[in-house]
Write a protein that binds this ligand. Sequence first.
Ligand code: PLP
Length: 458
Amino acid sequence: MDAAEFRRRGKEMVDYVADYLENIEKRPVYPDLEPGYLRSLIPNEAPLEPESYEDIIKDVERVIMPGVTHWHSPYFFAYFPAASSYPAMVADMLCGAIGCIGFSWAASPACTELETVMLDWLGKMLQLPECFIAGTHGRGGGVIQGTASEATLISLLAARCKAVRRVQTINAKKSESEILSKLVAYTSDQAHSSVERAALIGAVMMRKVPTDNRYAVRREMLKKMVEEDKAAGLIPFYFCATLGTTPSCAFDHLTELGPLCNEENMWMHIDAAYAGSAFICPEFRPLLNGVEFADSFNFNPHKWLLVNFDCSAMWVKERADIIGHWQIPLGRRFRSLKMWFVFRMYGLKGLQAHIRKQVALAKEFESLVRADKRFEICAEVVLGLVCFRLKGSNELNQELLKRITKSREIHLVPCQLSGRFVLRFAICARTTESHHIQQAWQPVIKKNAGKGVVHSDP
Ligand code: PLP
């Protein structure tokens, strides 16, 4: 492909993408296939001779699209959102064209500098304390990671180094391996699996803190475990708080937990992977109160802030703490371009409107559930996630979800809350509107009317 063909094919691809997204709701949101479907559709080996672009494009509809779960369909309500917007996609093209590997300032000064400034812009949108903002007198700053999982791991590694140094300052004779074997980290029993994985990779113990009846960690629960561990000769060094847990979007009590972490010399990291985007709205910002006690804070603009994957924003209070661990890979893409385009083309007001609209849609779905006495809401609806179930057994709800999934009209995933099988309904696509929510409720009640599942109409 030379430049002339690239111009032509690139324009065709932009049309294909716009058509795909404009008509996405006509496609079944979830594929109707068995695992292993793809191998028989393409050759066993890469071609020896070049093939034509036309042939490749034909295969996109034949081979790829039938196996796509359409995350950007307005009928996709599974997991948490994956952000998508046109400005981010256009910026990603430019990122690909510049194609720098920005591992140092000299490797591409614009890549390094725009990232620092974009993290400051975003930090100010969230009203983060000044100590997290690079362009101030503070010693903190932000960095883009690929995922929230990487941010958690980096914070844990930094905390581990700091804890070893601290213990050795008091007792120089203690070896690093001796100290490491005593370190203990904590997180909620509702935390994402990536937090536990970070402890596994960091080779430190991790204890799960039980949550209250709203699935949140409270001070007394953490304090009790810390006291027990200290009495047993262990060294508590790290707590990962969650704002917006994956199962039910619960919020740990930062204003109680932060001071405890500070008193105990424990690094507090905040994982707000999904919920963090909402803190740009003043009405949701109180959920972030207590961030001033944290050593690091992370959320994913690639979930809910219209910046396509990947873009996970992380801030630290002390840059020096993570200088050796800014990130896992050496190479970095020019991801801040996506933020720059999105922030400028939406403005803070446009981004706030996106969050508010999606929260309102979740409330609309919550009202539909509450109006039907056969169903119950299982956790407070704070942002864009509704956890609900049929009143009755887990089997009943498993059967309902099976039928909904089979219908392919909407896509949901379940979670476990207090041992109960619960359906999660997350507002995901940027283009979801009220009529999609009303439509989405139909398969839930229709699929509920069959054999073995409650019969009465609302
Ligand atoms: N933390 C929370 C609370 C999440 O909900 C998720 C994913 O949904 C993650 C972490 C993992 O995010 P990532 O894929 O960016 O690592």
